[in-house]
Design a protein around this ligand. Structure first.
Ligand code: KG4
Ligand code: ZN
Length: 333
């Protein structure tokens, strides 16, 4: 079954064709990062306008690259939430128009479930149950994936998402947008023990996250240095901030997997491309006899192939949409 999938929830315009939920035939991604960079973050209105302008061409490119025509497709899938409402609406409208005109089934996909499904593309034999750490610009969730349709949230952020914290700290350090890769790179040249920022674990047995206190601690540290007119070593602050985030993510995920008796951990979302997170999680997973899975960086950040994978599992489990499908900015899993 070949599904053409569309992803426009934020600032990537992406179109993919995925076969049977596991094989990527094409995954075109047009990133608007360069456009939003100068504003220090995504400007929703500009994102929507660019999706409108680019999407039809990306669909053409995707079909051309896969050597397929519309008549080879079996269904149309689209992210219908969570995300920026205007941006989502562009993808949803295009998908509905295609499904209607081609007489194909329409499948709405939850963006977070899509991120998790990126692991199915990377590991064709991977099967639930497993625990997933979903860490992106909008989400930090620990999700127990019991089967292809049963997602149980065990913990989530109470304030900022991990990627959001990266983006905000990057801005104050003058490292630019998006902050994750910039801090990841800068931190490699710094001393992660230069500043001991707080690790916020919340209550015992809680699997929720909180990154706003850490963000304030970094800001207070920088303000204090400026007031005393002391030099700031950006690489040291980046490395120390990053270690404080990653230590909490790793420790909570491992504890959660053990408590849930999950023997497999998957990672998903933009922050799971982080080199320190991958290395530390691997080390701790091995120590605890757990298997670790994470997608290639291109499948960690927003892309339509992950939506095509999740769509397949929705479809074969009879979760289909109709032409009343709407964009739902706060869609829950
Ligand atoms: O999954 P994604 O593309 O979009 C959302 O659904 O939010 O994630 C984007 C987020 C951004 O906050 C970005 O700074 C972060 O992922 N990110 C990283 C890395 N690459 C992207 N964070 C840490 N380290 C990275 N290497
Ligand atoms: Zn995402």
């Amino acid at each position: 079954m070949k599904i053409l999938s569309i992803e426009t929830s934020c600032d990537e315009t992406s179109v993919a064709v995925v076969e049977d939920g596991r094989k990527v035939l094409t995954n075109r991604i047009y990133s608007q990062i360069d456009i939003h960079k100068k504003y220090g973050g995504v400007v929703p209105e500009i994102a929507s306008r660019n999706h409108v302008m680019k999407l039809p061409y990306i669909i053409e490119e995707a079909l051309e690259e896969s050597g397929l025509g519309f008549s080879d497709l079996d269904a149309i899938a689209v992210t219908n939430g969570p995300g920026l409402v205007g941006a989502l609406l562009i993808g949803v409208s295009e998908a509905k128009a295609l499904a209607y005109s081609l007489g194909l089934p329409l499948i709405g996909v939850n963006h977070i479930e899509g991120h998790i499904a990126a692991n199915f593309l990377q590991y064709p034999d991977l099967e639930p149950p497993f625990l997933t750490l979903v860490v992106s610009g909008g989400h930090s969730h620990l999700v127990m994936v019991r089967d292809y349709q049963t997602f149980e949230i065990i913990g989530k952020t109470r304030d900022d998402a991990a990627g959001e914290a990266y983006d905000k700290i990057s801005r104050v350090l003058g490292l630019g947008y998006p902050g994750g890769p910039a801090i990841d790179r800068s931190a490699r040249k710094g001393n992660p023990h230069a500043v001991e920022f707080p690790r916020v674990f919340l209550e015992k047995e809680s699997y929720d996250f909180s990154f706003s206190g850490l963000k304030s601690a970094v800001l207070n540290y920088l303000n204090g240095k400026k007031m005393k007119e002391e030099a700031i070593v950006v690489e040291d602050v980046a490395a120390s901030f990053q270690l404080a985030v990653i230590e909490v993510l790793v420790e909570k995920t491992i504890h959660c997997a053990l408590a849930q008796k999950a023997d497999k951990i998957c990672m998903a979302g933009g922050v799971s491309a982080n080199s320190l997170l991958r290395g530390m999680m691997q080390e701790k997973a091995e120590e605890n006899g757990l298997e670790l899975y994470y997608p290639a960086p291109i499948l960690c950040t927003d892309n339509a192939a992950m939506i095509g994978s999740m769509a397949y599992y929705n479809y074969i489990n009879d979760v289909k949409s109709d032409l009343y499908l709407n964009a739902v900015p706060g869609l829950k899993i």
